[in-house]
Design a protein around this ligand. Structure first.
Ligand SMILES: Nc1ncnc2c1ncn2[C@@H]1O[C@H](COP(=O)(O)OP(=O)(O)O)[C@@H](O)[C@H]1O
Ligand SMILES: O=P([O-])([O-])O[C@@H]1[C@@H](O)[C@H](O)[C@@H](O)[C@H](O)[C@@H]1O
Length: 364
């Protein structure tokens, strides 16, 4: 395994974080019926995981007056706009530009997030996690200026929307208008479908690329190497937000002082916890405590390798990585609340939480 070592790892955790992306309303549909309506948007899922991991953050997000869910971090309300709305269809054959497991349609769109909307201060790291095209190239440019390190979900950069139905299409990263900024980005996360719209071999020369593979976990690519990171088992009920929660767990692990391979395990864990519930997941407090204990134990054996603002991080799979995976997997065995209990105060409205959303068979 190739090791890219840093001279001296930072020994204090990263202090300030900025999440940029709009909240949205999600409507999940199957068989022509609404299965659930929930709070959505990568900013929602990542905030949910950061709160679970006790990572404090500032959020820049926009909604309309019609925004209907309680949130801990108040968005910017735009009286002349509507909240972004996505309809997710689980029984339509997937197109080459959509998620493999569902067809997404953006049916309402809120205002974009402009550079002037961002806080006038510096951050240790920022997360560019738009879902509806709200992050502009100039907004990402301002983020790389005010944050020591920026993590990007490629869905914020390469989504285009059919002008009639709002169906999510994907465009090539080179044609997205963001390509020139990649050398100033620290990490770029893409699902396996989204990775088809970029040249991983080229982009990995500039930043660490994390490609997620659903139930098969994820891969980490950097200039000098790559590695696979094992998944965790899950009974998939709803894939919505898996990638967002993965990113939240991954960055949360880095903030807590884990090396990249161990942090990616935390990302896989939160992705697996997310697909087991419909909409924004509710994490059992006992489970979270077990996860934080395991991270703390692991962190004590690893100094914080992630240094904001420079290229230093370790990609070595440290001794005990597999044991760490087993320990995290064991946290899922903790008796947790039932799906009904877990869901009782998660922001949602209509729809049965018991219904399992079965994505169409491939190509159906
Ligand atoms: N069915 C599943 N079982 C276990 N883990 C899953 C499952 N689906 C997703 N995950 C976890 O969540 C991560 C992100 O999921 P993925 O579907 O690849 O992202 P996206 O939502 O962006 O398409 C995966 O890398 C994996 O760790
Ligand atoms: O499932 P995922 O790709 O990680 O992320 C999802 C977005 O693709 C979708 O547009 C949004 O409506 C969901 O709330 C969630 O943020």
């Amino acid at each position: 395994m190739v090791t890219t070592h840093i001279p001296q790892p930072q020994t204090t955790p990263i202090q300030s974080a900025l999440i940029v992306g709009n909240y949205c309303h999600d409507v999940l549909l199957q068989g022509g019926a609404v299965v659930a309506e929930t709070l959505g948007g990568a900013a929602s899922f990542i905030s949910n995981v950061f709160s679970a991991l006790s990572v404090s953050f500032h959020l820049t997000s926009k909604v309309g007056l019609d925004f209907k869910y309680p949130v801990n971090h108040d968005p910017i309300v735009i009286p002349t706009s509507k909240t972004t709305v996505f309809h997710a269809y689980f029984d339509q054959g997937h197109t080459e530009n959509a998620h493999q497991d569902r067809v997404l349609k953006r049916v309402e769109v809120c205002d974009p997030i402009n550079p002037s909307d961002l806080p006038d201060k510096r951050f240790d790291f920022g997360m560019a996690v738009g879902v509806g095209g709200e992050i502009l190239p100039e907004t990402l440019e301002k983020m790389v200026e005010i944050c020591d390190a920026v993590f990007v979900d490629i869905q914020a950069l390469i989504r285009a929307f059919d002008k009639n139905e709002g169906t999510v299409k994907l465009v090539g990263l080179k044609e997205s208008g963001f390509y020139h900024l990649l050398p100033r980005v620290k990490f770029l996360k893409a699902s396996s479908e989204e990775a088809l719209f970029m040249d991983v071999e080229e982009v990995r020369q500039w930043c660490c690329v994390v490609v997620t593979h659903g139930k098969d976990g994820c891969e980490v690519f950097w200039k000098d190497g790559e590695m696979k990171i094992e998944p965790f088992g899950a009974n998939q009920v709803d894939p919505t937000g898996a990638g967002d929660s993965f990113l939240g767990g991954f960055v949360g692990g880095l903030v807590h002082g884990l090396v990249v391979p161990d942090a990616a395990l935390v990302g896989n864990l939160f992705g697996s916890l997310t697909v087991g519930q419909i909409g924004l997941p509710k994490f059992d407090l006992r489970l979270l405590q077990r996860i934080k204990d395991e991270v703390q134990r692991r962190k004590l054996h690893n100094t914080c390798w992630f240094e904001g603002g420079n290229d230093s991080m370790s990609f070595t799979k440290p001794d005990g990585h597999d044991e760490f995976h087993a320990s995290l997997a064991s946290t899922k065995l903790v008796p947790t609340c039932s799906i009904q209990e877990c869901q009782r105060d998660v922001p949602r409205s209509a729809g049965s939480v018991e219904q399992v959303i079965q994505p169409p068979c491939n190509g159906q």
